[in-house]
Design a protein around this ligand. Structure first.
Ligand code: PLP
Length: 450
């Protein structure tokens, strides 16, 4: 048998060969800057010092079914023992990818019945855009290529996905120019001024219509939006926003892409949130993360029948795909993960446990340093402010989110700092005691830093 080295030798040295993502690479040169995760079970992970930590970020908003679920591990193993790899290129296919596509067509809302697999959420979004551009070429509308996104969005870090993302994630980096138009961020608390939420909604919709008129609907392929903005700071739009944006897209014949990389597979209490939670029928849903609960990389771009009809009905080769699109082991993981979620009624349970989590976190809003607690179910953010009365933010050098995250980790909870915001996106299998413990740790940690 293979003797896997689980020691941490070499992992923590300043001159490690590993280039980490979204990290201050200079800070990482300091001793003790890294946390080495060596094991996991259920809602917990273990670090190299032997600490058992509540995984408050679910790996990276993805380990929805919890860590080390036997059913998923066995399905991956069995698949690898039967068919380790074959692609879904040309006329080849394999049972796992076909079965998972069928299952996703069943779960996705309305006419979203055709599934293309990719290898990261970023690429699932790139795929959606490439496919739509090709769709409009086929319809004889080659000018219809521009993209509407929003300030505050996060759609990934490939060159195109980062162009659709908030500029906070590309400071000092280049962006594809001339293709993406950012609409207003739908964050009432920060952006709404004196307006009520309903007035703010009207203003957002007017802004969207004005931008569409300015760019010209004949030049716009699509609007892309996360149901709740995630990595941009957990932004829940005003009530009715997505349904209204869906209607505007319909009026102007602009396709609506719902980026459900985070919000799907139970995180908000449903397999998909677009229709069930936000009452919008997208033309395309992109998803990833919770699809396999992170056990294997497997994103999907789910297309409407109508889009698929146009790209498939006149012959010609579909010139798009990645070697590992629909990898057998990943597809097997997705099937086992969904079966487990259905058997254990994970999305349904989240409607209760996630509400308890949300309620516990919202209670932290009584603390002096807490400006806003926002989000829904197991997708929450806490924004810290220097002055609660006028929402004055902390300065970046205060590193307030990082300080609270460190204080929480000392107490047994991993949370993700993002400037002045702390993000919580745990596994969906926390019981009531863990949920209460998480809120208690956060209260103590915030009090310590204050
Ligand atoms: N879209 C959203 C909403 C995300 O949150 C992310 C990643 O966090 C992505 C896309 C990109 O996914 P990936 O990191 O798998 O490329």
């Amino acid at each position: 048998s293979l003797d896997l080295d689980t020691s941490t030798d070499g992992v923590l040295t300043a001159d490690t060969h590993l280039v980490q993502s979204f990290a201050d690479l200079d800070l990482l040169k300091q001793d003790g800057a890294r946390t080495v995760i060596v094991g996991a079970e259920g809602a917990y992970v273990t670090d190299s010092e032997g600490n058992k930590l509540i995984d408050g970020i679910g790996g990276l908003w993805c380990v929805n079914a919890g860590h080390r679920r036997r059913e998923i591990i066995d399905a991956i193993t069995e698949q690898l023992e039967t068919l380790d790899f074959y692609s879904t290129f040309y006329n080849f296919t394999h049972p796992a990818a076909a079965a998972l596509a069928t299952k996703l067509a069943e779960l996705a809302p309305g006419p979203l019945n055709k599934v293309h697999f990719a290898n990261s959420g970023s690429v699932a979004n790139d795929s959606a855009i490439r496919i739509l551009h090709h769709y409009y070429n086929r319809l004889g509308q080659p000018k219809k290529k521009q993209i509407l996104s929003r300030h505050g969005a996060y759609h990934g870090s490939t060159h195109l996905a980062i162009a659709m993302t908030t500029s906070a994630y590309s400071e000092g980096w280049d962006k594809v120019q001339g293709l993406v138009h950012h609409l207003r961020c739908p964050h009432h608390w920060r952006e709404g001024g004196e307006m009520t939420e309903a007035e703010f909604l009207v203003a957002l919709l007017e802004d969207a219509r004005a931008r569409i008129e300015e760019v010209g609907a004949e030049n716009i392929a699509c609007f892309i939006a996360e149901p709740i903005m995630g990595a941009g700071g957990i932004v829940m739009p005003p009530a009715g926003y997505h349904a209204a944006m869906g209607a505007i897209c319909g009026d102007y014949e602009i396709k609506y892409i719902s980026d459900e990389v985070v919000t799907a597979f139970g995180r908000l209490g449903h397999f998909f949130a677009s229709k069930d939670v936000f009452d919008v029928q997208p033309d395309i849903i992109t998803t990833a993360k919770g699809l396999t609960s992170g056990y294997q990389p497997l994103p999907a771009t789910i297309l409407s029948d109508e889009i698929h009809e146009v790209i498939s009905d006149r012959g010609g080769v579909f010139l798009h795909g990645m070697t590992y699109s629909g990898h057998p082991a990943a597809a097997a993981a997705g099937l086992a993960n969904i079966a487990l979620m259905e058997r254990d009624r994970i999305p349904q349970n989240v409607r209760t446990t996630g509400k308890r989590f949300e309620g516990n976190l919202r209670a932290l809003a009584d603390m002096e340093m807490v400006g806003e607690v926002r989000g829904s179910h197991f997708m929450m953010g806490i924004e810290f402010v220097r002055d609660k009365a006028d929402k004055t933010p902390f300065a970046p050098e205060d590193m307030i989110g990082l300080k609270v995250a460190r204080a929480a980790q000392k107490r047994g909870l991993i949370a993700r700092p993002l400037g002045n915001i702390l993000i919580l996106s745990p596994t969906l299998v926390m019981d009531g005691a863990m949920i209460d413990r998480t809120a208690a740790i956060l209260r103590e940690s915030i009090a310590e830093v204050h």
